[in-house]
Design a protein around this ligand. Structure first.
Ligand code: OSB
Ligand code: MG
Length: 370
């Protein structure tokens, strides 16, 4: 395929409920959408998961826009791309900026799947006809508000509950959740809020039989996580620290984690996400698909990724209705009462992109062509 046009647009979408983590609070998302078009007029869509500020990672909406506009889009335009598998190679000499890379790379995968009349998940090599879903619940104003949210998600059928923790909102919070829900599959995510010197507190979490603790220490650390893992029984899951399949290999080799969260944006797209999945599967490390408060296009790519066989744990991929009054895809993502999503059978991402809605939400756009 030869791509003749890359369209960037920034849309603003307001979350139904604010989302709070140890590093900040989000209400309005500024999301960059990517549309690629080939010389035959076929299209593919991607979504950039960079957030509104450089707090989860160094990337943010403005940096991703600039890198896509000035460096990445020109690299795909006019290039002979036999398959979407080569796109990450075209980007290899651009350092970092993985969320920007993933937005364009995933759009080319959607286009490639359309061109081959295949669902994207099948083109990626996915085999799961149903994927397991969990939810990520942000920090709440009170413990009782958290318990209420958990109750609601459990009755919707979600298979595991993840709650955010931070210093001062950890042991007592988990204790309150366990007192009310003694047996549910439960995990916590600290988004790098602790230091190795907090190991004694973290070890106390062992008594709550959590499925895992996600990213307790430094966002780019591996060695201290290995030390911590030796001191606690709860499995560590790495999120922020794993930016590539090499990172995954290193983390597994030194025992820094027993589980890995894979996010398309954090690793630079489908190709690298598949490499991470393979490194983990070959070493019996379970993986699950993380989320970044995506709108429908990013969510659809996450669903496709989650069909790979190594994704044995419920991910943070949940229904559109938990985030938005109206999504940008049709139909919106829905979850069965068993807490699963059935990947769509249509070509590409398998959802229709709502052009009119996107047009209304757009605050800026740019077309890059030869
Ligand atoms: O650490 O997994 C995380 C959202 C934004 C940034 C980082 C994270 C998250 C989530 C939300 O936990 C997952 C979702 O529901 O999309
Ligand atoms: Mg996380």
């Amino acid at each position: 395929m030869i791509i003749r046009r890359v369209e960037l647009r920034e849309i603003h979408l307001t979350l139904l409920h604010p989302f709070e983590t140890s590093f900040g609070r989000t209400m309005e998302r500024r999301i960059i959408l990517v549309r690629v078009e080939d010389v035959d007029g076929r299209e593919g869509w991607g979504e950039c998961v960079a957030e509104e500020g450089p707090f989860y990672s160094e990337e943010w909406t403005e940096s991703a826009w600039a890198v896509m506009d000035q460096f990445l889009a020109p690299l795909v335009i006019g290039a002979a791309i036999e398959s979407a598998e080569v796109v990450d190679g075209l980007f290899a000499h651009v350092r970092g900026n993985r969320m920007a890379k993933a937005a364009i790379e995933t759009a080319v995968w959607d286009l490639d799947a359309h061109r081959r009349h295949l669902p994207l998940w099948k083109l990626l090599g996915g085999t799961r006809e149903e994927i397991a879903c969990g939810v990520s619940i942000g920090l709440q104003p009170t413990p009782s508000a958290l318990l209420e949210k958990i109750e609601r998600e459990l009755s919707a059928g979600y298979q595991r509950i993840k709650i955010k923790i931070k210093p001062g909102h950890d042991l007592a919070l988990v204790e309150a959740v366990r007192a009310r829900f003694p047996d549910i599959p439960l995990m916590v995510d600290a988004n790098s809020a602790y230091r190795l010197s907090d190991a004694p507190m973290i070890r106390e979490l062992d008594r709550f039989k959590l499925m895992m603790i996600e990213q307790p220490l430094g966002h780019d650390d591996i060695v201290q996580h290995a030390r911590l893992q030796r001191e606690i029984a709860t499995p560590i899951c790495l999120d922020e620290s794993i930016r590539s399949s090499d990172d995954a290999l290193h983390a597994i080799e030194v025992g820094a984690c027993r589980i890995i969260n894979i996010k398309l944006g954090r690793v630079g797209g489908h190709m690298e996400a598949r490499r991470v999945e393979l490194v983990c599967r070959e070493r019996a490390i379970p993986v699950w698909c993380g989320g970044m408060l995506e709108a429908g296009i990013g969510r659809a790519h996450n669903i496709a990724l989650s069909t790979l066989s190594g994704f044995t744990l419920p991910g943070d991929v949940s229904a559109s209705a938990r985030y938005w009054d109206e999504d940008i895809i049709d139909p919106p993502v829905t979850v069965t009462n068993r807490g699963t999503i059935v990947p769509p059978s249509g070509p590409g991402i398998g959802f229709a992109v709502k052009r009119d809605r996107i047009e209304k939400l757009t605050v800026r756009s740019k077309v890059i062509k030869a």
